[in-house]
Design a protein around this ligand. Structure first.
Ligand code: DX5
Ligand code: ZN
Length: 217
């Protein structure tokens, strides 16, 4: 079964708990939490206390996407706040393997992320170390952008590289995903789908159910 990870970046923050309950009850398996530091990306979102509070409203997997410089500094804090899976950008780490080790040290699943301009070959040293690879289909930093069609080929390449390395790791895609392109993204080799604006703008429960049926139909 393919996994839907609604990105709460597009939620109404004054009703965050309620909206997370809505995606949870509608069947989303993950909650995608975008953390931005104003350095690695030109935007600031939310951090550790928000993860900690949200942990009380759902048991779903917290898929924490760290868009921060040297994320190794905050792995412990996010792990203790309730993250289940922590994704780090290879462009943001001076030592990617050590950062992944740090995530494992706290018993959490780990993933590496690549921005649209980073060659997929740069993932090679980490393929056997990760539970998931996250392929960005927009420049990280903002919700509501257009899906970059070059991502299709990158998804295919990443899935093939993982298969060749004997890895069953998941392939997650993030940015600009809608009801019109989600099936093509899955067909390219992704199995975890992040969607923000298309889930949280409008009727949250209905949008979630629509995505889930499209993704598994
Ligand atoms: C972008 C974030 C995404 C974003 C996706 O930096 O990583 O998770 O919230 O939002 P949409 O689905 O609106 O592109
Ligand atoms: Zn994200």
């Amino acid at each position: 079964m393919n996994i839907l990870a609604p990105s709460i970046l597009a939620a109404d923050f004054s009703r965050l708990g309620e909206q997370i309950k809505a995606v949870d009850e509608a069947g989303a398996q993950y909650i995608h939490i975008d953390v931005m530091d104003g350095m690695f990306v030109p935007n600031i979102s939310y951090g550790i206390p928000v993860v900690e509070s949200l942990r009380k409203v759902t048991d779903k997997v917290f898929d924490v996407h760290l868009m921060i410089e040297e994320p190794i500094r905050y792995v412990k804090a996010f792990a203790e706040a309730g993250a289940d899976m922590i994704s780090v950008h290879i462009e943001a780490c001076s030592d990617v393997s050590e950062t992944l080790n740090e995530i494992r040290r706290y018993g959490k699943k780990c993933a590496v992320v690549i921005k649209p301009g980073t060659p997929v070959a740069e993932l090679t040293p980490y393929l056997s170390l990760v539970d998931m690879v996250l392929v960005m289909s927009v420049e990280p930093g903002m919700g509501g952008q257009h899906f970059m069609s070059g991502a299709f080929e990158r998804i295919r390449m990443v899935r093939q590289m993982l298969n060749d390395a004997g890895s069953m790791a998941d392939v997650e895609v993030d940015g600009g995903i809608n009801e019109g392109n989600v099936r093509d993204i899955l067909a390219a080799g992704a199995n975890v789908i992040v969607a923000g604006s298309k889930i949280f703008h409008g009727n949250v429960a209905e949008n979630t159910r629509n995505f889930i049926s499209l993704m598994n139909g």
